[in-house]
Design a protein. Sequence first.
Length: 263
Amino acid sequence: MNPEMNFPPPPAVEATETAPQNIFNRLIGVWFAPGETFAEIGRAPRVLVPMLILMVIGCLGGYLMVERIGIRNFFRPGFEQAVARGRMSPEDADRQLEAMATGPAGTVIKIVIPIFGLIQGPIIALILVGIAKLISMLSSGDNRFKSLYSVTIYTFLAIGVINTVLLVLVLYLKSPEDLDPNNLIGSNLAALLSLALGKDGLPKFLMSLARWVDLLAIWMIALLSIGYAAVSRGVKTSTMAMGLGVLYTLIALCVSAWTAISG
């Protein structure tokens, strides 16, 4: 046997890891295949680019909202309620509205609302990651902060794109005087009840609670539950959904009760 005989090289082992998907494929995946997409996000979490896009979308939405509706129309419903309850006279309400619309306060409001839209997404995402961590600890699960945060940001971005498109359509298809600043898109049960029964057709508590029965909010809870479970060990989607759903319900009840009490 010839010791110098050349043997063919062993077959190459295919790589088991694939390159991370780009942000557009991930975004489409969150819409149509969330389980697989979130699992891929967990293997290679990316935060910076989707977070920046989310912040730009939030800032743009806030700017368009305040510019299209106008300061006067934006705050008029609150003043009308105060007048109806005898907390101020119509003349005082008109003077304050005029000052807010034309004075320095109006300029500050036009700056503050877009800034709030800019920063609210990343901050709320941090809070939700903390809640997801708590649910994981209570259910003896394990996960990483960056994976949870990336899932949250991508979920916010996926919902935010849809929300912004709907917002722009509503803002520019309706007259500014017909827009309800408290329920612009109308993707909730309160919008349907208002059409059927009128804005005062139900007690304030029930109408406020109906605003929380929102299709986009329910979709977001479902996506977050799928995503958090996909990047965690020992945590089921149903466990995350129950935890987030209970928290959402408690917040809705508390806010609705406060709205009813404060008038």
